[in-house]
Ligand binder design. Structure first.
Ligand code: CA
Length: 277
């Protein structure tokens, strides 16, 4: 079954850093959604995340599997880093979802940018951080609470661009009507704990408002790092909206919607959210 999608995204430099090394893709047309968090001296981090996202998009557009596209992104960052002294050692996280119109697809992930799924009111992290903290928690050497204040909490164990090859975590995605997916960099998750993120998301039905709200909340909580968020909502396609969309079928409704600056699909969404709220 085809699902309607609505997408929101926001990125901010934060209140401490002077440039934004995060990047994102929120391409509803191609069904590509991604967050990358670059690292490296000088402008290395910015170059790494941008290089990775450009290579990723190019590979996916040419029909590559998601894991192969992430490997191509790794190679692009690596090749660029070894060509320039300034960029040596740069790297980036990458979390990417590639989805078809029915909400099926793949999630691929390297590093500590995260994906969450909000389904039936439950808020669940669906990626595992490739970070020192995650390893120490898994080994029973640290608790979640200890990890939150550990000075090593930004240390990651996997990134793109550091080596010729990279291990990519891949999982299937099968989204349903009513689902919301969040992609974010650690600038959000180090400033806000999961319950606070879930709470903020539950208060915002519009994905763009929700994305901006999370960035604002993370800034208010300190904004010590760049903050990047992509929010994707899924809803059942309403058969009548395709009729409303066609001016020949229903000229009055079309005019009305144009005058209000809203497409029929958008008003459909509003109704849908009200029904399920
Ligand atoms: Ca970061």
């Amino acid at each position: 079954m085809k699902l309607d999608r609505r997408v929101g995204s926001a990125t901010a430099v934060g209140r401490v850093r002077n440039h934004n090394e995060d990047g994102l893709i929120a391409d509803d047309k191609l069904g590509i959604f991604a967050v990358a968090d670059g690292m490296g001296g000088h402008r290395g981090g910015e170059v790494a995340s941008k290089t990775a996202l450009d290579a990723l998009r190019k590979a996916l557009k040419s029909g590559a599997e998601v894991a192969d596209a992430v490997r191509a992104a790794n190679r692009a960052v690596y090749d660029r880093s070894i060509k320039s002294n300034d960029l040596q050692g740069m790297g980036t996280t990458l979390t990417v979802g590639m989805l078809d119109q029915s909400g099926r697809g793949k999630l691929a992930h390297v590093g500590d940018s995260r994906a969450y799924l909000i389904r039936d009111g439950d808020f669940n992290r669906i990626t595992t951080d490739h970070s020192l903290m995650a390893e120490l928690i898994a080994a029973g050497e640290l608790t979640e609470a200890q990890a939150e204040v550990d000075p090593r909490r930004s240390m990651i164990t996997r990134a793109l661009g550091l080596d010729l090859t990279v291990e990519v975590d891949v999982q299937d995605l099968e989204l349903r009507a009513g689902d919301r997916v969040l992609f974010c960099s650690d600038g959000l998750t180090t400033m806000m704990r999961d319950p606070a993120i879930a709470d903020a998301l539950s208060q915002e039905t519009d994905p763009q408002t929700a994305a901006q709200r999370l960035v604002d909340d993370a800034n208010r909580a300190g904004g010590v790092d760049n903050i990047t968020v992509v929010v994707i909502d899924f809803a059942a396609t309403r058969p009548e909206s395709s009729q409303e969309n066609n001016p020949e079928n229903n000229p009055e409704s079309s005019q009305e919607n144009n005058a209000a600056g809203n497409s029929p699909t958008r008003s459909g969404w509003r109704r849908w959210f009200r029904r399920t709220a």
